[in-house]
Design a protein around this ligand. Structure first.
Ligand SMILES: Cc1ncc(COP(=O)(O)O)c(C=O)c1O
Length: 381
């Protein structure tokens, strides 16, 4: 977010900055979803709702999950929050006692370790780099487990690598976690943005016992191009846990925005045509981005199957820079690209992997082509 602000600042100064830094779709929210919000306002649905959200939305969430994953949760286990971020925050707050460990595969979305620390927990970072295809697996979980392990975070498709974990691996982790009483915090916010004919599998689908140790975190933010509406949610079968989350939320924000809850209900109950169209556009952009990145000297680029990010390793470039150029680390390289090429990318250090850069392709094909051309030129300087 701070990088995005810097890029916008340069744009305001008149620099032709193209940002690969953004973490949100560039598409507008589909009109029929906006219409549902307008209709809600017309009907006077502008008051407080129950802390956990309107029953219509909680039931729509349960229906969606059942339809997509074949797993049924009780609607009393759903808590609607102000974005997935609040769901994660509240979950860690109620779940963790001081010193409890949470296994976090790296690269990770920047927020997990800090939220775990804020809750008095200890993030146990497990690096899984490009040489392993960023694929966290059961062997990693077993190796990192201690008697203090309370939870493991799974995020597939992953931010920042775009990695989609294999269905077999997800199932194995779900079953192992159930057998060892480890909570699986499954962040599925990119679950609808998957390419190459693959599909998203939640660990909750592994077995009944896996469902019961899995807390699903999701949101309409990324899949419906609704980041600004701030509607996320958690789903659990543990009603004591969902009640504890509600108790905490009732003293923080009460319910999530009422009007946005009605819009999210329409989104989840609606047809998938717009989501599919956005996904197809992202897939075409992914292809363009990977092709361009693979042409760059010293870049090692995996083919990501989900989300809207590429996460190339640039160690080779840092070790063997073009003549006349040198950078201490990927942070410096990112700063150079912003200044020289007016292209904003996010250094991997924020995601726990300092030798990498994150390129978001949530921008038009034209801009992707233009910006990649500029990066290529800047690296030949
Ligand atoms: C992996 C992951 N989880 C959660 C979120 C937060 O989503 P929301 O905007 O719904 O709070 C993000 C946003 O970037 C994300 O990348």
């Amino acid at each position: 977010m701070s990088l995005d602000q810097k890029a916008k600042e340069l744009q305001r100064q008149g620099k032709p900055v193209i940002s690969f830094g953004v973490g949100e779709p560039d598409f507008d929210t589909p009109q029929w979803i906006k219409d549902a919000a307008i209709e809600a306002m017309r009907q006077g649905k502008t008051k407080y709702t129950p802390v956990a959200g309107i029953p219509e939305l909680r039931e729509a969430i349960v229906r969606r999950f059942l339809r997509e994953q074949g797993v049924e949760y009780p609607s009393a286990g759903v808590v609607v929050t102000t974005g997935a971020k609040q769901a994660l925050y509240e979950l860690f707050q109620v779940l963790l006692n001081p010193g409890d460990e949470v296994i976090v595969p790296s690269p990770y979305w920047v927020t997990y370790p800090d939220q775990i620390i804020l809750a008095g927990g200890v993030p146990v970072i497990v690096p899984v780099g490009i040489e392993r295809g960023f694929a966290f697996g059961l062997e990693h979980l077993k190796a990192a487990m201690t008697p203090r392990t309370r939870a493991v975070v799974l995020n597939s498709p992953q931010n920042p690598s775009g990695t989609v974990l294999s269905q077999d691996e997800v199932r194995a982790i779900g079953e192992f976690a159930a057998a060892n009483d480890i909570v699986v915090v499954s962040d599925e916010v990119y679950g609808k943005l998957i390419y190459d004919g693959l599909s998203h599998r939640s660990p909750a689908a592994a077995s009944r016992a896996a469902r019961d140790v899995t807390v699903v975190i999701d949101a309409v933010s990324k899949s419906y191009a609704m980041t600004g509406w701030r509607i996320g949610y958690l789903i659990t079968s543990d009603l004591k846990l969902s009640q504890a989350v509600q108790n905490l939320q009732s003293q923080l924000t009460s319910n999530a925005n009422t009007i946005a809850q009605w819009a999210a209900t329409a989104a989840l109950d609606g047809a998938d045509d717009d989501i599919v169209a956005m996904r197809d556009a992202f897939e075409a952009r992914r292809n363009l981005m990977v092709e361009g990145l693979r042409r760059l000297p010293g870049f090692e680029t995996d083919l990501p199957h989900g989300a809207f990010y590429c996460f190339p390793r640039v160690r080779e470039l840092l070790d063997h820079p073009p003549r006349g150029l040198s950078w201490r680390d990927a942070d410096e390289l990112a700063a150079y690209l912003l200044e020289e090429a007016n292209v904003a990318v996010v250094p991997g250090s924020g995601f726990g992997m300092p030798d990498y850069l994150r390129f978001s392709y949530a921008t038009s094909e034209e801009r992707i082509r233009e910006a990649l051309g500029r990066v290529e030129a800047a690296l030949k300087a």
